[in-house]
Ligand binder design. Structure first.
Ligand code: KIV
Ligand code: ZN
Length: 528
């Protein structure tokens, strides 16, 4: 039956039985990864990319968790028009009212309320009896329905909950008006056949199950989040998958959006479902999320890894040249990979640069941002003869990271010297709250010397948890992309920097991470 409900009109009038809803939770569950916390502005940039990707629902955050997250949900609700904007809320009036307040400006809004239903969680975590949890779930959905018709309910730790109790709770919340019932595999314990069977049984046993859309939310602790989600869709009729870009999320992460979307699209013969996603926006979304959070994408990651479409063996290369489909089941262009061609050089003008940004799906907020990116491009072109698409993408992420408006520290210049057998020396010029300072230090290597020079001025007291370098393209001319992870007082943050000189990229990444530790815009780990 075509969906006639105005609040769900955003699902584009496709009969729900054929439509798979993609619910993206990068900005809520993804943000729970240690170090992945984002500012309001960063979340807004990702939300706009998710809208370009045409995800059906964007879970923008957990409004009641902090003022910072409230502001982020509100800003996303103000700006996003083509996707439903959702906030998470625990099953209590305060959280739900706060979610409703943040979502107030949204064109289409959803409140997602949850409470744990497994015996373990109810007894040890909530210290509530099953009857109390039942009552709280029911009242929460009733209260949420006062603000919107689009209410989703999740029994947390659903996959480990007693099925009889789950049936009782789910029947009650559907009666109270929950339109989406989402079954979370909170700890990534499920296996595909059993998880699908559980959903089949719930749908069969809950008398009013046909009044709700069934959804799944899987974690990847045993590497089965995508398989569990797809089994629930194919075998049990789930019609919403909750997922994140690059599979971001705490511990081993969540179901990866790009993997489920491309599986359903590529194996349409098997899944026979319609998706609203513009798949050409997948790689730009992956790069944006990786750039902002500082979580690099592993090279062999399906769909979005740098090697996902690279054929190294002679037999494969020969086959692909003769007939592409001998070894390729998807086209790289269809998920937004560009052909790695030389796009621009030293003599290219602003118009050509701007056009290439558009072709790459990179949206800049203002002409001022385009001008700043163009200046960076010119500086890069002076040092690197061939500017590839990946260089432009890195340059834009780097710009966003370095130019965050509330930065305390900015790198102005650096010099370092090293010779075999000698002790490297680094000198840094930067601004600290607008005041120019110079510092220098020796170190075990040039990167160590520069980090020590920065620390001798700032004295952050942060601990370096991770330092990694990736070549953005091939060859020794390539820009290096550096990720730095710092921790201080229980907070973990990531910084990313790109430059043909990896010592400069390292300094940018280090300063980027320090800025996050200092951020005036609040960063929160929503469920902390
Ligand atoms: O993993 C989980 O159980 C969750 C719920 C809040 C849906 O993230
Ligand atoms: Zn989760």
């Amino acid at each position: 039956m075509p969906n006639k409900d105005p609040t769900l009109a955003i699902f584009r009038e496709i009969p729900m039985s054929d439509r798979l809803i993609i619910f993206d939770t990068t900005l809520r569950d993804g943000e729970q990864s240690p170090g992945a916390s984002m500012t309001r502005d960063e979340k807004l940039r990702i939300a706009k990319q998710l809208e370009r990707l045409k995800v059906d629902v964007i879970e923008a955050g957990f409004a009641a968790s902090s003022n910072g997250d409230f502001d982020a949900v509100k800003a996303i609700a103000q700006h996003v028009k083509d996707s439903v904007v959702c906030s998470l809320a625990r099953a209590n009036d305060r959280d739900i009212a706060r979610a409703a307040e943040a979502l107030e400006p949204a064109r289409a809004k959803r409140i997602h309320t949850f409470i744990a239903t497994s015996a373990l969680h109810m007894e040890k975590k909530l210290r509530l009896s099953p009857d109390q949890v039942y009552e709280q779930a029911r009242l929460a959905v009733r209260f949420a329905r006062k603000f919107t018709d689009d209410v989703e309910f999740s029994p947390e730790d659903g996959s480990r909950s007693d099925p009889d109790f789950l049936c009782r709770v789910l029947e009650a919340v559907i009666d109270e008006g929950a339109r989406t019932i989402n079954i979370p595999d909170t700890v990534g314990y499920a296996v595909p056949e059993l998880f699908a069977q559980m959903i089949i049984d719930l749908r069969r046993r809950v008398p009013n199950s046909d009044k709700a859309i069934w959804s799944v939310h899987c974690h990847n602790d045993l590497g089965m989040a995508v398989a569990n989600s797809l089994a629930a869709v194919r075998q049990a009729g789930a019609r919403q998958i909750e997922c994140t870009i690059n599979g971001l999320g705490e511990r081993a992460g969540n179901t990866s959006l790009e993997e489920v979307v491309m599986a359903v699209k590529t194996r349409r013969d098997y899944f026979d479902l319609t998706l609203g996603i513009d798949t050409s926006q997948i790689v730009p979304a992956s790069k944006l999320v990786s750039g902002i959070t500082g979580f690099p994408v592993q090279p062999n990651k399906a769909v979005v890894g740098a090697n996902a479409f690279a054929h190294a063996s002679g037999i494969h290369q020969d086959g692909v040249l003769k007939a592409r489909d001998t070894y390729e089941i998807m086209r790289a262009e269809d998920v937004g990979w560009t052909t790695n061609r030389i796009v621009l050089g030293k003599l290219s003008g602003r118009t050509a640069f701007k056009q290439r940004l558009q072709e790459l799906g990179i949206a800049m907020e203002s002409d001022q941002d385009v001008n700043a990116a163009f200046l960076r491009f010119k500086e890069l072109a002076d040092r690197k003869a061939e500017i590839l698409d990946e260089d432009i993408q890195a340059l834009v992420s780097d710009q966003a990271m370095q130019m965050a408006s509330d930065d305390s520290y900015r790198l102005l210049s650096l010099a370092q010297s090293s010779k075999m057998g000698g002790r490297p020396h680094g000198e840094v010029v930067m601004t600290v709250e607008g005041r120019e300072v110079r510092s220098e230090a020796d170190g075990n290597g040039p990167v160590d010397a520069v980090f020590k020079a920065i620390e001798s001025e700032i004295g952050s007291g942060a601990e370096l948890l991770l330092y990694s370098v990736n070549a953005i393209t091939t060859g020794t001319e390539s820009q290096g992309e550096v990720t730095v992870r710092l921790s201080r007082g229980g907070r973990i943050v990531n910084g990313v920097g790109a430059d043909p000189d990896i010592v400069v990229a390292s300094a940018k990444a280090y300063i980027g991470a320090l800025n996050k530790l200092q951020a005036k815009q609040e960063r929160v780990n929503p469920q902390a």
